[in-house]
Design a protein around this ligand. Structure first.
Ligand code: RTP
Ligand code: MG
Length: 152
């Protein structure tokens, strides 16, 4: 069943440095989603630790934190029907090599450089979206927003 959802997207630092890539992704987003919030942010170590807490024990954790704090990122709250899976489909698979034959038109296929520098982030469920949105947009009032979007 289709239902209105919100999700958190993060455009990662190597893409934000590339104006062509950033504009192309923003245009794609604007065609597919309502942009509920957008902010450019240099992610601090403390924010990154909260955001990536589930990956604390992974071998790539330190590399991931160094990368994500290395320069400005762009965080967006996106709304659409099935926004979580829709954005993840547009992003493509985590591992960029998997995009080469089957999903070259995804954002990770176009702008991903490696498993860690894979261009963008997308929440994996509405519950994680709300927690992640809180890291980037602590003033965002989901209940207030939902009042004006009764189909959520
Ligand atoms: P995301 O959370 O960023 O939307 O990506 P995802 O669900 O597709 O991937 P996840 O498993 O949650 O991994 C989070 C981020 O960690 C980095 N990563 N590096 N082998 C590696 O070096 C590796 N594996 C994952 C990526 O930046 C990934 O997006
Ligand atoms: Mg994930």
């Amino acid at each position: 069943m289709n239902k209105l959802q919100i999700t958190l997207a993060v455009i990662k630092p190597h893409v934000v440095k590339n104006l062509f890539a950033l504009e192309s992704i923003q245009k794609r987003i604007e065609c597919e989603f309502e942009v509920v919030g957008i902010r450019e942010v240099v992610i601090s170590r403390e924010m990154a630790e909260r955001f990536y807490a589930e990956h604390r024990s992974k071998f790539f954790y330190n590399r991931l934190l160094s990368f994500i704090t290395s320069g400005p990122s762009v965080a967006l709250i996106l709304a659409a029907e099935n926004a979580v899976s829709k954005w993840r489909q547009i992003m493509g698979p985590t591992k960029v090599y998997k995009t080469i034959y089957s999903e070259p038109d995804t954002i990770r296929g176009q702008f991903g450089l490696s498993d860690t520098r894979n261009a963008c982030h997308g929440s994996d469920a509405m519950e994680s979206a709300l927690n992640e949105i809180n890291v980037f947009f602590p003033d965002f009032d989901f209940e207030e927003w939902r009042k004006n979007h009764p189909t959520l």
